[in-house]
Design a protein around this ligand. Structure first.
Ligand SMILES: Cc1cc2nc3c(=O)[nH]c(=O)nc-3n(C[C@H](O)[C@H](O)[C@H](O)COP(=O)(O)O)c2cc1C
Length: 272
């Protein structure tokens, strides 16, 4: 169980520079126990594995000061990307609540070595991995430059991401009412290259999630990375809504609205 989810979501950032200390035994054990409880609303199992970078010859050019990685794999069923995003982000948030840093890595790694270490079976996919460790006191130059390059500290305004009934009606924080905190948790989510492809249309007690697709994020190895981003957004919404005392029910039922061509329906939470 993650405590004070909204605060964890608010304070989390990607960590690429670690302080070199291995994870403490207790933290590792807590993580191990937590991994056994991780679920997603698609009911697709995600298999996690701790990977010793030194032993297995694994590294990422953006990571320093940590040799431990967490790999994860999933069978390539419909919606596997969203399911993976939801489950993996649950772990990212839990790790942060313990003071452990992570960074989603889908691109900047030697993928073949990681996939070999994860022993991918035919039909299995490993969209992303993360290093695990304690954040260094100061960010590395590389990390600072990377953050600057993608504007990692910035997010789109509420009214650009969320809509009231239709995409011609932006939703303000004030108008979002009881959904405000849960939508704010979506807004703060991490995404590949900080593209923030999540869009939500609020319609009565339903919140429909859409992917605003950008070219260049789909590959055989990862599937659609922006669908992974959507899974992360669903995770943030679900956890924050529950913490607000709401009971979100997950469903996939496209309301078939007329939407811009680049916006693809993903899923809905109905607030009961
Ligand atoms: C699906 C996904 C893939 C990512 N892949 C990489 C990557 O390959 N290398 C990297 O340095 N960061 C990667 N990131 C991290 C994002 O750049 C980062 O989350 C974003 O810039 C926002 O910064 P923040 O996480 O500090 O809030 C990825 C994030 C996501 C969600």
């Amino acid at each position: 169980m993650i405590r004070d989810t909204r605060n964890v979501i608010k304070t989390r950032r990607s960590v690429r520079a670690f302080d070199g200390r291995p994870l403490e035994k207790d933290d590792l054990e807590r993580l191990r126990t937590f991994l056994e409880t991780v679920e997603n609303p698609y009911g697709l199992p995600v298999t996690f594995r701790f990977l010793d970078g030194k032993e297995l010859g694994l590294s990422s050019p953006v990571v320093s000061g940590s040799e431990l990685f967490l790999g994860a794999k999933i069978g390539q069923a419909p919606h596997f990307e969203e399911a993976f995003g939801y489950s993996f982000e649950t772990v990212v948030l839990y790790a942060w609540s313990l003071g452990i840093g992570t960074v989603w890595i889908g691109g900047t790694m030697k993928r073949e070595s990681f996939e070999r270490a994860m022993e991918l079976a035919p039909g299995e996919r490993m969209p992303c991995v993360t290093p695990l460790g304690y954040p260094a006191k100061r960010m590395s130059v590389k990390e600072t430059l990377m953050r600057r390059g993608v504007g990692a500290d910035r997010r789109q305004p509420f009214e650009t991401l969320f809509f009231d009934g239709g995409t011609d009606r932006p939703l303000t924080g004030e108008k979002a009412g009881m959904l405000r905190d849960a939508l704010e948790a979506v807004r703060l989510a991490p995404s590949a290259v900080n593209k923030q492809p999540w869009r939500c249309v609020v319609d009565g007690n339903a919140v429909h999630f859409y992917e605003k697709q950008t070219r260049g994020y789909i590959s055989e190895a990862t599937g659609d990375l922006q669908k992974v981003d959507l899974g992360i957004a669903l995770c943030h919404f679900d956890l924050a809504a529950r913490e607000s005392g709401l009971s979100p029910r997950f469903t996939i039922s496209d309301p078939s609205r007329e939407m811009p061509a680049d916006m693809i329906y993903i899923a809905t939470f109905v607030i009961e």
